[in-house]
Design a protein around this ligand. Structure first.
Ligand SMILES: [Zn+2]
Length: 411
């Protein structure tokens, strides 16, 4: 009925196409080059460029004199003109990052996830930390594109709801996206944690490294983020990546998993579980009281340090953990034929080097491994904050990429 209603959306699309090309060209692009690469008319490119310049998102960076014709003005991204905020809600720790338009971390912060508290109080705390990040950096609030929040699954992506994350007690059917929108006044996008981690890797890597990989996500819970054929795999309900119930030790007694069985890898390699086992074996100081994220991290550091000093119980625990991770990864590699596994997440760092030394043997020597090609093992780029970075990258994606991911935005 109203022809005009489509125009803003179309303008937005062309804008995203042009901005994305400028972002990917470190030396900038001229309007003529942009028209050539986008297929848009010179007039349309000129109009889009005028808007981008007026918004301060791109700037004119000199002229090129190469080739025939008159010199062309180069357009370059003004990386600091806008920022995106990423939040990673892990059951143990909450991480916050602010990224510029090139995906560089400008600021970050971290806090322990409040336990024995209501989701509403935790969401207020998250909103306050976001405000603190904006204040501390002095960024103009108008220049904050939005907030991406990564959380444990399962999620209802369309409605922005956490359904019933097993390790976040009391967080059943929490309308996280809209509550955070309400509290901050900023557009909010919700993504599953392992997917956000994989998205961050896609942004940080280049070339073939981006094509096919599995992201071994090690938080309070464990999961696998996937990129296949250059695309993030989200699955039919946006909840791909649960691998915690792969059974790696079927004969084992002891603690049952939430699924009612024993021997699930998610339980056996959980950070707090390792610290408790190390304490029982006398490798680290007995962990009395509640094991919050900081104490778990310190416990893991102590475990690795003991292993390096040659403590046999510590080495044995690290060997066993690596073997179990390798067993689970063999299932992933067999199923998906990935040749690259990236490791990260909030609890990965203390264990990283100790496990990466042990994993190649556990993978290559695994009798269940079908494809005998090389498997590259690498650590993620942004260390502990990788998942928050990924959540912020999703906001940038939404700005740059002419894709319908905007459907996930609350407003
Ligand atoms: Zn299980």
């Amino acid at each position: 009925m109203q022809r005009g209603t489509n125009l803003p959306a179309l303008g937005g699309y062309n804008r995203a196409v042009v901005l994305d090309l400028i972002r990917r060209a470190p030396d900038g692009l001229s309007r003529v080059e942009l028209a050539g690469q986008t297929g848009l008319s010179a007039q349309t490119v000129s109009n889009v460029a005028k808007r981008l310049l007026a918004d301060g998102v791109v700037l004119e960076a000199g002229k090129t004199s190469s080739g025939p014709g008159k010199p062309r003005t180069i357009l370059q991204l003004e990386a600091r003109a806008r920022v995106a905020i990423g939040v990673h809600l892990d059951p143990g720790v909450i991480s916050f990052v602010m990224l510029d338009l090139e995906g560089r971390v400008i600021a970050h912060s971290r806090s322990l996830t409040p336990s024995a508290t209501s989701p509403a109080a935790a969401i207020d705390a998250i909103a306050s930390s976001i405000e603190a990040l904006i204040d501390e950096t002095g960024v103009d609030r108008e220049h904050v594109l939005g907030v991406g929040i990564a959380a444990p699954g399962p999620i209802d992506a369309a409605r922005g709801i956490l359904i019933d994350p097993p390790l976040l007690v009391g967080w059943e059917l929490v309308e996280l996206r809209d509550a955070l929108l309400e509290a901050t006044g900023l557009p909010v996008l919700l993504e599953k944690d392992v997917t956000a981690a994989a998205v961050a890797e896609l942004w940080l890597r280049s070339g073939e490294q981006r094509d096919n990989f599995a992201f071994f996500y090690y938080g309070t819970g464990f999961g696998i983020g996937l990129v296949l054929g250059h695309e993030v795999v989200r699955g039919s309900s946006h909840n791909a990546g649960d691998a915690g119930h792969i059974i790696v030790d079927p004969r084992l007694g002891g603690d049952r998993c939430s699924c009612g069985r024993t021997g699930c890898v998610g339980v056996l390699i959980a950070p707090a579980q390792l610290v408790q086992e190390a304490a029982l074996a006398g490798v680290v100081e007995t962990a009395a009281g509640e094991l919050d994220a900081e104490r778990v991290l310190r416990g893991l550091e102590a475990l690795v340090a003991a292993g390096e000093r040659g403590n046999p119980a510590a080495s044995e625990l690290l060997d066993r953990t690596a073997a179990r991770i390798a067993d689970a990864l063999v299932t992933v590699v067999n199923l998906l034929d990935v040749d690259r596994i990236v490791f990260g997440g909030p609890f990965w760092q203390p264990l990283g080097q100790a496990l990466l030394r042990r994993l190649p043997e556990g993978l290559a020597g695994n009798p269940a491994l079908v494809q005998r090609h090389e498997i590259v093992l690498a650590e993620s780029g942004a260390e502990r904050d990788i998942t928050a970075v990924g959540a912020a990258c999703l906001v940038l994606d939404n700005t740059f990429s002419p894709r319908p991911s905007a459907l996930l935005l609350s407003r």
